[in-house]
Design a protein. Structure first.
Length: 438
């Protein structure tokens, strides 16, 4: 160990105890109406972001433009013969707050089809990367590579009025959203399906075209529509949404901004969670005999997991205090299409027994399942058994919400985000009744 690294290690060990003491003994001390616990604890519950695209209610779950998930699914125009609405109509709805007509929806479908060609240089970049590169790295690189196409960057450099910034931002966001399903499907077929690429279809909606390019038959098109919509946004405070907004606040174009959000989504505490949950469900299944276990066997296994200091993956949420409506939406889909799937039956059994155990255990603020408790099983059922790809699927959906948000950020002229930071010395002075003149 170098002298520098050794010295840094000493400093880290000393500083950890200071931070721990602040959180343990002084977390509720206020500094300009923000507590020490919030300063250290990830700015949790500090109301300082604005978006009209979605809102996360602790009791009702996510609302898109004021509508719940069931309301969103029922009121938007549906693809003929399918169970779920057009993703393109959902995009119209997020941007305007108005439920589009079928004619307005099909106009977006046609517009996206005209925008959907992925530049060849993006394909060349993806193919030049080592094949064992993580698919989220490839996906992020694919989006970032297209930055040279940015209409906003070009028009901003040429000079334009601030009140017009939203217009080229809208064009960039539509171009990205029209292309990323093809980029995601290309990565999947290149990495996991022996490089057998399926070209996009003509004038198909996003859900149908994605299923076609993935090479997965119906009803995977409906699974794609459903999962893209429910994963689209979760208000602005989550990592991927906030990172996208933060970078866009510097007047970065949509390509730079979305790439930042996708990189945040790739973190184990965010978008990677669904694959961790599926691994655990499969472990339960195999550890308990390679079959759907009895309730008693499952209870014993869950208690064993908790008593060993581990958590139940997919249970609990930072904001929600009831079952995640996204979980319920996935559950309804599975009940129609996966009712004989044994992993789905294990998921249902966990849902039946885990909440009461978690409440008895007493350490979980929220004993109910979140979206990750169910989503991986859907992907697995349709043959997407490559865990690393799951976050790419999440990323396609998340792009819908965050891109809609940054168009509005640009339209309303929101300033660059610049919170004020303070030092540990300042926190300790406040903790002991003093103050600091900033």
């Amino acid at each position: 160990m170098t002298t520098l690294k050794e010295k840094l290690h000493e400093k880290i060990l000393a500083h950890r105890s200071r931070t721990a003491a602040l959180l343990r003994d002084h977390r509720h001390v206020e500094i300009d109406r923000v507590t020490i616990g919030q300063c250290i604890g990830g700015i949790r519950d500090v109301k300082c972001l604005v978006t009209d695209i979605s809102f996360l209610d602790p009791q009702e779950g996510i609302r898109f433009r004021g509508k719940t998930i069931p309301e969103t699914f029922s009121q938007l125009p549906h693809v003929p013969g399918c169970e779920y609405p057009y993703v393109e109509g959902f995009w119209y709805f997020l941007l305007t707050g108005d439920v589009p007509t079928m004619e307005e929806t099909l106009e977006v479908v046609e517009d996206f089809s005209l925008r959907s060609a992925v530049p060849q240089y993006v394909i060349d970049i993806l193919r030049a990367m080592p094949r064992d590169t993580h698919p989220m790295t490839m996906f992020s690189m694919g989006v970032l590579a297209m930055q040279r196409e940015s209409i906003f960057a070009r028009k901003y450099a040429a000079g334009m009025k601030k009140s017009d910034y939203w217009d080229p931002m809208y064009e960039d966001c539509c171009n990205i959203l029209a292309r990323i399903p093809a980029i995601a499907a290309y990565i999947y077929r290149m990495k996991y399906r022996s490089d057998t690429i399926i070209p996009p279809g003509r004038y198909l909606d996003i859900g149908a075209n994605f299923a076609h390019m993935m090479g997965i038959p119906r009803p995977y098109d409906d699974a794609a529509r459903m999962t893209f919509i429910i994963h689209s946004d979760h208000e602005s405070g989550n990592v991927s949404s906030h990172a996208t907004h933060l970078v866009a606040s510097a007047l970065a174009d949509a390509y730079y901004s979305l790439t930042a959000g996708l990189n945040g989504l790739a973190g184990p505490l965010h978008g990677l969670a669904n694959q961790e949950v599926l691994r655990w469900i499969q472990e339960v299944y195999h550890r308990l005999g390679g079959k759907v276990p009895s309730e008693d066997d499952l209870r014993e296994y869950i208690w064993e997991t908790l008593n060993s200091g581990q958590v139940i993956p997919g249970y609990g949420h930072a904001v929600l205090r009831k079952t995640d409506p996204r979980y319920l939406a996935l559950k309804e889909f599975c009940e129609r299409h996966l009712h004989d799937n044994e992993l789905f039956r294990v998921v249902n059994l966990i849902y039946k027994v885990a909440p009461s155990i978690l409440m008895e255990h007493g350490k979980a603020k929220d004993p109910w399942p979140n979206v990750d408790a169910q989503s991986g099983v859907v992907h697995w059922h349709f043959g997407i058994t490559d865990y690393d790809f799951y976050t790419v699927l999440f990323g396609v959906g998340r792009a819908i919400g965050v891109l809609a948000t940054i168009i509005w950020d640009r339209a309303l002229g929101y300033p660059i985000e610049r919170p004020k930071s303070i030092t540990t010395d300042m926190l300790e002075k406040y903790a002991h009744g003093g103050s600091w003149d900033f």
